[in-house]
Design a protein around this ligand. Sequence first.
Ligand code: GDG
Length: 467
Amino acid sequence: MGRLIVVSNRVATPTETKGSAGGLAVGVFGALKDAGGVWFGWSGDVVSETVANAGPVLEQEGSVTFATVGLTRKDYDQYYRGFSNATLWPVFHYRNDLARYERDEYAGYRRVNAWLAHKLTKLIEPDDVIWVHDYHLIPFAEALRAEGVTNPIGFFLHIPFPAPQILLNIPPHEELVKSLCCYDLIGFQTRNDQVAFHDYLVRHARGEVTDTGEGEGAVASAFGRTLHTGVYRIGVFPDEIAEQAKRYESRQHVLDLKQSLEGRKLIMSVDRLDYSKGLVERFRAFEQLLERAPEWRGNVTLVQIAPPTRSDVDTYQQIRQELEGEAGRINGRFSALDYTPIRYLNQRYDRWKLMSLFRESQIGFVTPLHDGMNLVAKEYVAAQNPDDPGVLVLSIFAGAAAELSGALLVNPHDAIGMSEALQQALAMPLAERKARYETNMTALRKNDLGVWRDSFLRDLRSLKREA
Ligand code: GDG
């Protein structure tokens, strides 16, 4: 088996890949450890041109090399803050209203992809397979091919792939899809995303798509290229999360929270502070609960943990202000001297703390407007106490909704509908909660993070054998 090369915008630090940290980094690192290889990408630092060009910096951890480069201010502004996060992210999440398009940012995006590909080329060996992650790196395979690299290259899109009519809003949409077609295998989170991509190929690129007859695999041809596509639903390691949540359930942070709640029910939400996560809509749904079901006033608390991200992108500053305004307004309306309905925490918490807080709560409230998968929904379920599980209230627009049929599914644009789901969850009998939990846990175990990773890599490596 050849080595694996993982390419992602940010490279996890060796500490983030340790078992106790959990999450995606641990899953990907597992595959790297098995095959040996390289994890390549941006270090997260903005540096001078001289330092950037001197990279990559190499750090060895057993058979895995962490290879990182810094970005100059201009590259960061155009590639990361600009085209990736102010054009691709909003449009791929159906928020054309928040997107901007600047030619020089797009040129910077392609330039940085080409530069990164050039930097990686020297580290590639003939038998390696290359796995590229996410929307920052759409032109990466094309750039590697231009460097003469012939190894199999796969791409996994962590976010939704939008319907063609939405994608058309990005002026160079055709060039982007053409670049995507330089990959040998493209993985999507859901069947909807895969179908949206196929639709674009067929309706806007005179392409052809044929199902392979194996699972959800397909072969597509467009722009003179033939490539494979598939659906690989990203998961978590549910039993590890369950163990971690239980292990820390009696720690001080949980006891403090419990004491401060004075017997009130707890609704937990955790999201990066992002407009795609539906936080404002969620706060308004909670307001509806207090308005329409007065018996819950003073008896239920929403804890929203929302660590800031991309705070130098304008639209993220706006969502933050809007959310602070809404939390203040709703709290002003329903607070009592000894009761604050919404506790809005604009900070990051350790993973083990989050998992134990999930276990302590009666409801996990996860309501994105659009989300590739949403791992928080899966983590919430996995963290529950099997003898007294909480209820997941989940948006139909999260990729996870297709798998978690034990959740109460809601439309995040329907505040009253969401408030009714909260009431139903708050009143749900133990037997029903257990049954829903079991249904969800079965789905999580069947398709855990290892299955996601191994099935993608198996398919990518099998292409290598065909070649
Ligand atoms: C993208 C796609 C897709 C959150 N706050 C804290 C914290 N987190 C952790 C969560 C979870 C992760 O971050 C977030 O993952 P999500 O899947 O919910 O969302 P995105 O960040 O938007 O991820 C998404 C994912 O990629 C994977 O493919 O599911 O659709 O948008 O693990 O627990 N972790 C810690 N402190 C926090 O305060 N430690």
